[in-house]
Design a protein around this ligand. Structure first.
Ligand code: PMP
Length: 351
């Protein structure tokens, strides 16, 4: 007999990417940043007044919201911070989804959405992307039974950024809340911040895990109109972002020079890696994120195993409709050179 709710007992939890233990493997499997966090982050943590840890942190995460407000030029009352953007997503599900409510997302996209929907007792509505991973036609019509819909832009794991005009058309014709998950938007040429003022039903989520090299500190953000943000504050844990994270996240946001320099290097490395993989016979899908989604010239699962034997972790995908793909996170230029050399030798051996 179980003390858990039957639906929780039966459900599968979120499966995080492999975190290697023991043998040193280069992690190109969970889209982390190859660069260390900004020196300003280290300084903020070193200078953190430790006696303050006795007290609760700022409940509204004001240091983070004020820093984000400065950087994005959006008022602080239109911003909420979270313990990673996964926390923000949890707040969204808790805010908008009750027992039996329908929540939608695209397939494929981020595998946490169904887990959070299940926890709320929500129903799933998944809409398949087009064959080229583009936004489906008539999405508003297809999504109309849902009250909350997630658009990941750039999408994960496919890497492409949906056309903004088509996204606008969807939002204008959809009656529920649209969450644009911009976890990877800093690696993309544009973003959807302009849609917050344009539409009353848009929420944008961001993370500091990828572009700010802070996956370990857990910091995320959401942006929307004042009313929606106020509602979300009612739902978050009372002190959902710890004091050290608040200091570190604010310092990272305010060091834009460091952020912009590293982000540009990751983008350049992505372009070079994509080109070389294409030369090696990979079908590389267009990416505006810090990873590449591709079909290797040999079996994807076998390739993933061989790459691991050679010291690299990548992610193999074999889910509904996406078979034989791998997702490769962009590491440092040196890591990618080593990865490409290994790939070349694997393909040679396979001839
Ligand atoms: N959204 C997407 C699309 C992601 O890929 C991730 C990272 N797994 C997240 C949100 C969550 O990021 P974090 O909780 O580290 O901020």
């Amino acid at each position: 007999m179980s003390y858990f709710r039957p639906d929780i007992e039966a459900m599968e939890g979120y499966v995080p990417g492999e975190q290697p233990k023991g043998r040193v493997l280069t992690k190109l499997n969970t889209n982390e940043n190859p660069f260390p966090p900004s020196p300003k982050v280290v300084e903020a943590i070193r200078n953190f007044p430790f006696e303050e840890l006795r007290k609760y942190p700022a409940p509204y995460s004001d240091p983070v919201r004020e820093a984000a407000s400065k950087v994005y030029d959006i008022p602080a009352d239109q911003i909420i911070a979270g313990n990673g953007s996964d926390d923000i997503l949890t707040i969204l599900f808790r805010s908008f989804v009750g027992e039996g409510h329908t929540v939608g997302w695209l397939n494929p996209s981020y595998s946490l959405y169904p887990v959070l929907a299940n926890i709320q007792g929500g129903e799933h509505l998944t809409v398949d992307l087009k064959d080229n991973f583009g936004l489906p036609d008539n999405l508003a019509e297809k999504a109309k039974s849902s009250k909350l819909f997630f658009i990941t832009r750039p999408n994960a794991p496919t890497g492409n950024a949906f056309e903004k005009d088509r996204l606008r058309e969807f939002i204008a014709n959809y009656h529920g809340i649209v969450v644009i998950d911009e976890a990877y938007a800093d690696f993309c040429e544009d973003n959807c911040f302009d849609m917050i003022d344009e539409f009353p039903n848009v929420i944008i989520t961001r993370t500091l895990s990828k572009s700010y090299s802070l996956a370990g500190i857990r910091a995320g953000l959401a942006f929307s109109n004042k009313n929606i943000i106020m509602g979300m504050h009612k739902v978050r844990d009372s002190y959902n972002v710890n004091g050290l994270t608040q200091a570190a996240a604010a310092a990272a946001l305010l060091d834009q020079d460091y952020f912009l320099k590293n982000t540009q290097i990751v983008i350049d490395t992505r372009k070079k890696t994509a080109k070389r993989l294409q030369e090696l016979g990979f079908d590389v899908k267009p990416s505006e994120a810090n990873f590449l989604f591709c079909i290797p010239p040999i079996n994807a699962e076998e390739f993933t195993h061989k790459v691991k034997e050679g010291g690299f972790l990548i992610r193999y995908f074999n889910t509904k409709g996406i078979d034989n793909y791998v997702r490769i996170s962009i590491g440092s230029q040196q890591e990618m050179n080593e990865f490409l050399a290994l790939t070349e030798s694997i393909l040679q051996d396979n001839k």
